[in-house]
Design a protein around this ligand. Structure first.
Ligand code: GTP
Length: 196
């Protein structure tokens, strides 16, 4: 189901396959924020946007299953980084575009997603804050799957270096945009739900 009649259908990939070292090695997507697992917030945000909601996770699959249409795991489950999750998601996605979000960003809103979707085409669309790309907040054409596979086989493990070769389109946000906050430490999980 498209986000609106004017926006394209997309798959959604929620990245939750990390090691979570700053969380003491715990599975970050399942950690509670404001009374619910982080992944539940991302699920509720993206569920109305897609009939192809994929979670990349490498453990606790039974606990993730209620929040996705499908789960994918990294091919090599030794935590090679988020590009491994993107690779698995690209191989599984059913639509021509795939929205990627990290599980630890529950403040993302629909307007931000719509800004990405508005540029859907043959190039990656990526959030940028000032000079800094936010490579895990992006929209990827799934036709780039083979390009990603070649890069991966050549040893690439950086999402930013990978899409950097592909003339990405930037969606610029303010450096302090609170929607892009990553709640990736126990302290940040104490942050309250803001007014939206
Ligand atoms: N599939 C997959 N996702 C990952 C991997 N590493 C990180 N991610 C995801 O990428 C996003 C950003 O991850 P980071 O915060 O940099 O890494 P992390 O492992 O979650 O946490 P730290 O170990 O504390 O850095 C999160 O949504 C992670 O779940 C990985 O090896 N595989």
């Amino acid at each position: 189901m498209p986000a609106s009649p004017h926006l394209p259908a997309c798959s959604v990939l929620l990245l939750s396959g990390g090691r979570g070292q700053r969380m003491g090695g715990r599975d970050k997507g399942l950690m509670q924020w404001c009374g619910r697992p982080l992944i539940a917030w991302l699920h509720d945000l993206t569920r109305p946007l897609s009939d192809d909601l994929i979670i990349s996770c490498n453990r606790n699959s039974e606990r993730y299953a209620p929040y996705a249409d499908r789960l994918v795991a990294d091919a090599d489950q030794d935590f090679q980084g988020p590009l491994a999750g993107i690779r698995a998601g690209m191989a599984a996605a059913r639509h021509e575009q795939m929205l990627v979000l990290p599980c630890d960003a529950p403040l993302v809103d629909r307007a931000l997603i719509q800004a990405l979707l508005a540029h859907a085409g043959s190039q990656p669309v990526v959030i940028r804050q000032g000079p800094y790309w936010q490579p895990l907040f992006c929209l990827l054409p799934t036709a780039l799957k083979d390009d990603l596979e070649q890069a991966w086989q050549a040893g690439e493990r950086s999402p930013q270096r990978w899409f950097g070769r592909l003339s990405p389109i930037a969606v610029d946000c303010q450096p302090e945009d609170p929607r892009l906050a990553n709640l990736n430490t126990p302290e940040t999980l104490g942050q309250p739900v803001p007014d939206r």
